[in-house]
Ligand binder design. Structure first.
Ligand code: ADP
Length: 430
């Protein structure tokens, strides 16, 4: 049986988050890092292709997404998700709108939805406005994001700036009445020439009904919360058997470490919590920038600091800083340059730790995780059980490096996880 669902995710942790949700909802799931050269392994119900297309120029994001779509179509998938962050992370140029437009056109889809709601993580949509917990998106800390500051919570407005298609809205009044009513609202939007509708959702029941309502849409777009409804729909159609073991992973032995490059508020709290009980090393962006001309001395320093500490339990290596510190660094180094320098340094540290026997890694930050996984040459991840909503443990499926040992990786999107995430995750390993 070919996989049912093919997903295209615009960053690594976003992909893991979605694949984890699919596994939790009974779909055997894998995440591929970039568009693979070979056909997927057998025995999967869902495959998520992880791109690094959230902040690239829109044209590059579109090309990469279309290549991923083609690979997933060749693999036999019958429905597709374009997955982005539940905080709708994007710049005013894109890339959510341009990619959604291109995928719809490639699939011949006249209508799709945009629904980043993830109620278990506090992301809800009401009247098209995205809430993070009790506050609007633009009051949630996301207005200070280093790469994709979100200054407007009205998703109809935000998406309309990016998409060539007309953007509409399906209100919670329709959603709460169930799938038939949602489909009626889809038809109303279609009649008004809407190509993509933001869909309100405030709880998991809403997402389930949205999943049923989307059964005939070739493409849906949104956050990982969509997995709930899409999996339920496949089950209702008799295509997906009940499976309580969809997230079973092999056991991995070896040293452990935490690497954090996210500056999100949740990660700042997680770093503080771990620092108070475990050894921690702060990577200084100014020193990375100064050292980039003369070599990787910050990387060596961090690795030499970590190695003798590994036997006593996972150490923390972090660049995480608060909004004020990030602004100062960005003014000095340029936002993009600072981001890339830090990502590369953290990725090089991860590579050297694995060479030294680390087999279990928690990485905080979407871009940071992408850089780490690239540096490790990982090509795919089998998805295990969730640690916190949106963050599963995973085990590497393959690596570009010959004889690379399997690794247990937890790739955490910035805003996810409880404050003690870095401490408690180890007890949830398979
Ligand atoms: P998140 O998942 O929270 O968005 P990301 O890793 O995707 O985290 O993005 C955080 C960005 O901030 C990365 O590019 C990272 O290199 C950069 N960064 C990390 N620490 C600092 C710092 N101290 N100053 C400036 N930028 C930083």
């Amino acid at each position: 049986m070919p996989p049912l669902l093919g997903a295209i995710a615009d960053d690594f942790t976003g992909a893991t988050d979605l694949a984890g949700m699919l596994a939790k909802n009974g779909m055997r799931s894998a995440q591929m890092i970039g568009v693979p050269e070979h056909a997927p392994p057998d025995g999967l119900d869902a495959i998520v292709v992880a791109l690094k297309s959230r902040t690239t120029p829109p044209r590059d994001a579109v090309d990469a997404s279309l290549a991923a779509l083609q690979w997933l179509r060749d693999a036999g998938c019958r429905q597709f998700i374009f997955k982005y962050c539940s905080t709708f992370d994007s710049t005013s140029k894109g890339n959510i709108g341009p990619v959604a437009d291109a995928l719809m056109d490639a699939l011949g889809a006249d209508f799709s939805i945009a629904c980043p709601a993830f109620p278990a993580n506090g992301r809800t949509i009401y009247r098209g406005y995205l809430f993070v917990g009790d506050v609007l998106l633009n009051e949630s800390g996301m207005q200070n994001h280093p790469l994709t500051p979100m200054t407007d919570a009205n998703l109809v407005r935000v998406l309309q700036l990016q998409s060539k298609k007309k953007v509409g809205l399906v209100r919670q009044e329709s959603v709460s009445k169930g799938a038939a009513e949602i489909q009626r609202a889809f038809d109303e939007n279609r009649q008004k020439d809407v190509g993509i509708a933001i869909v309100d959702a405030v709880n998991n029941a809403d997402l389930t009904e949205i999943g049923f309502a989307c059964r005939n849409l070739p493409l849906v777009t949104g956050g990982s919360g969509l997995a709930i409804g899409l999996a339920a729909n496949f089950r209702a159609m008799g295509l997906l058997p009940e499976n309580n073991e969809a997230g079973r992973l092999p056991h991995i032995d070896g040293h452990a470490a935490v690497i954090s490059g996210s500056c999100s508020l949740a990660t700042q709290r997680q770093v503080a919590a771990m620092k108070s009980v475990a050894p921690a090393f702060q990577v200084d962006p100014r020193r990375i920038a100064a050292g980039s001309a003369v070599g990787n001395d910050v990387v060596s320093e961090a690795v030499e600091w970590a190695l003798p500490r590994l036997a006593a339990g996972p150490p923390l290596i972090y660049a995480t800083a608060d909004a004020e510190q990030v602004r100062a660094i960005q003014q000095e180094l340029g936002a993009e340059r600072a981001g890339v320098l830090i990502e590369n340094a953290l990725a090089a540290i991860a590579r050297r730790l694995v060479d030294a026997g680390v087999r279990k890694l928690i990485v905080a930050g979407g871009e940071t995780s992408g850089a780490v996984v690239n540096a490790l040459g990982v090509t795919g991840l089998r998805i295990g059980e969730e640690i916190d909503p949106g963050v599963p443990w995973t085990v590497t499926l393959g690596s570009a490096a010959v004889n690379a040992p399997p690794l247990a990786l937890a790739l955490k999107s910035g805003n996810f996880g409880t404050d003690d995430f870095f401490l408690k995750a180890w007890s949830r390993l398979p």
